[in-house]
Design a protein around this ligand. Structure first.
Ligand SMILES: Nc1ncnc2c1ncn2[C@@H]1O[C@H](COP(=O)(O)OP(=O)(O)OP(=O)(O)O)[C@@H](O)[C@H]1O
Length: 560
């Protein structure tokens, strides 16, 4: 057992008491836990949750014991907005009000002619003649109060301003761009053609945005017979557009990954010349070297001179800011909290594992000590390693599955569904799920392999601690990772974690080290994942191949 402790001995960091960017969320220090007994703890916690600190303003929903009352409240609120006289006056009326609000959530907003933020969703009705059906849909979905990024970005987009926005993971950026987009489509004079385009780097995220957007657009009609239509550019929709089975004129908003969109545009099956609102979610990813050419092509295809652009992410490095300024017109820059910091609802921990074997032992240790509380997500750096860990944990009888680029879309969707429903407890994945995906109750994120950059780290661990909840993130590292963990320690510092003296001095990087990291040369190749001797691994492999072959034979027989 001692060897376990030596191998997983780590730098357990606690949040300090300093006010941190996202401390407006429902955070609680572990010191409170140690001193206070259960009921007092909750009470103290509730009191601590002042309105300013309640990031999602959801205290009354989450803490309301009688959920029936909450539902009735929602219905009442929805009923309330049937007449104009029911709408209260705007909460934010002056620059002074705005400054006070911004201070409460550490918002830094720069640019020319910045609109006042909203203080509530009802403010939108008085200030922007906001559509009441849309407001009802929001309230029906239990979105009663805007989050900081929504307070700032919704009025900006409604005033047709280009926006560059950086706010913590899980802080509601999706609604910050969906709400104004839907309102603009409703009020736009043209009823034909794609007017809104949302680009996401992954299919899973595009699908999630589509579902959220469809929920908000529910039962909204642009004319008596014409509903507001939203589409996810899937493989089958692309085929239908190509074969003219469906007219492209049918849709108001399209959500897509870059390649699929470019493909269909190049074939002349989708015209983007009517697009007035172009949104890049996970903008820094879409403007990095893997996507930038595709993103450029999309920009060139949206030819309306009145095109209005928005970029959103939890991390916006300075090179992306430069690009943003070069393609946007008088953009407003909105930073909530500290740029590049992780969500402060997440307790972050580094665990030294010595070597590869030590990482497997560390996982088993987390299980033994009851720290491995499902739902858990484990990130690895490659498909091969994700598969290998999957097999290891499967043999440990863990309720686990794996998602990576080699799995089919149907398999990926099914696994995500099972994970969301609680049927699956532990999800192993590569960075394909690191960004944007909103699994509400994830308790623990494990970085089995140190992420390749500070940004990747922020997004990976951001799969927990979402929507005002708390979460934990553990990052395993070995002797190989001494360089790769330096940016991670810096993120921990930025996020308000207490960092020990050795970590502080260790995290300083020379210019050469920075260059190595930039080139993706943070460490040598890792050893294979397995504690099992080679001969047994081979036998397992043979057994798996035999089972696969038998399944294939049965399928073939069934088809005959
Ligand atoms: N105003 C609101 N009130 C309550 N919940 C909200 C509100 N806005 C968003 N949420 C919820 O918060 C969660 C996180 O939102 P979202 O996925 O938009 O985060 P994000 O900022 O885009 O995160 P990421 O950077 O990881 O993509 C979602 O479950 C969403 O439904």
């Amino acid at each position: 057992m001692d060897i376990f402790r030596v191998l997983i001995r780590g730098a357990n960091v606690k949040k300090n008491n300093r006010a941190t960017p996202a401390d407006f969320s429902m955070s609680r220090t572990s010191e409170d836990d140690k001193i206070l007994p259960g009921s007092i703890k909750k009470e103290a916690n509730d009191q601590q949750l002042t309105k300013e600190l309640d990031f999602f303003r959801n205290k009354r929903i989450v803490n309301n014991v009688d959920s029936k009352t909450t539902d009735e409240d929602q219905k009442d609120k929805s009923k309330e907005i049937t007449t104009d006289s029911d709408i209260p006056p705007p909460k934010i009326l002056s620059i002074e009000d705005a400054t006070k609000l911004r201070k409460s959530y550490k918002g830094n907003v720069t640019g020319e002619d910045i609109p006042l933020p909203i203080g509530s969703f009802e403010d939108l009705v008085t200030r922007f003649q906001f559509d009441k059906r849309l407001l009802s849909n929001l309230i029906d979905s239990h979105f009663t109060e805007p989050t900081p990024v929504q307070c700032e970005c919704i009025p900006m987009a409604l005033q047709e301003r280009d926006v560059l926005s950086c706010a913590p993971t899980g802080s509601g950026k999706t609604l910050a761009f969906l709400i104004p987009l839907l309102q603009q489509i409703i009020t736009s004079k043209s009823t034909e053609g794609v007017k809104g385009l949302i680009i996401s780097p992954t299919k899973e995220l595009a699908n999630q945005i589509f579902l959220e957007c469809s929920k908000l657009a529910h039962k909204i009609f642009l004319t008596k017979k014409r509903p507001l239509r939203v589409a996810l550019l899937s493989k089958s929709l692309s085929a239908k557009l190509r074969n003219k089975v469906i007219s492209e004129q049918k849709y108001d908003i399209i959500i897509s990954t870059p390649l699929r969109l470019i493909d269909i545009v190049k074939q002349g099956a989708l015209d983007l010349s009517n697009v007035r609102h172009l949104i890049f979610d996970e903008a820094d990813k879409l403007f990095d070297k893997t996507f930038v050419e595709q993103t450029d092509t999309i920009l060139a295809s949206c030819t309306d001179p009145r095109l209005h652009k928005s970029m959103f992410s939890a991390t916006i490095p300075s090179n992306v800011e430069d690009i943003a300024h070069s393609i946007m017109l008088d953009p407003i820059r909105v930073i909530i909290g500290h740029k590049e910091a992780a969500n402060s609802n997440i307790e972050q921990k580094l665990t030294f594992c010595g070597n590869e074997e030590g990482k497997l032992i560390a996982i088993r240790q987390l299980i033994q000590e009851g720290e491995f509380k499902p739902p858990v997500i484990i990130f690895l750096e490659s498909i091969t390693r994700a598969k290998a860990l999957f097999h290891e944990l499967l043999y440990d009888n863990l309720n686990v599955d794996v998602i990576h680029a080699e799995r089919t879309q149907v398999q990926r969707n099914k696994i995500i569904e099972r994970f969301r429903s609680g049927d699956l407890w532990c999800l192993i994945c590569t960075d394909v799920l690191a960004r944007g995906i909103d699994f509400k109750g994830v308790n623990l994120v494990i970085n089995y392999d140190v992420p390749s950059s500070a940004q990747a780290y922020v997004h990976r661990i951001g799969r927990t601690g979402r929507g005002g909840r708390e979460g934990k993130a553990v990052t395993f590292y070995t002797k190989l990772d001494t360089l790769a963990i330096k940016p991670i320690i810096n993120v921990m510092k930025q996020s308000g974690c207490e960092v020990s003296e050795w970590m502080e001095s260790f995290s300083k990087m020379t210019r050469k080290e920075k260059e190595l990291l930039k080139k993706g040369k943070a460490h040598e190749e890792r050893k294979q994942i397995s504690t099992v001797p080679k001969i047994i691994r081979k036998k397992r492999q043979q057994k798996e191949q035999m089972i696969e072959a038998s399944k294939r034979r049965k399928r073939a027989q069934a088809e005959e």
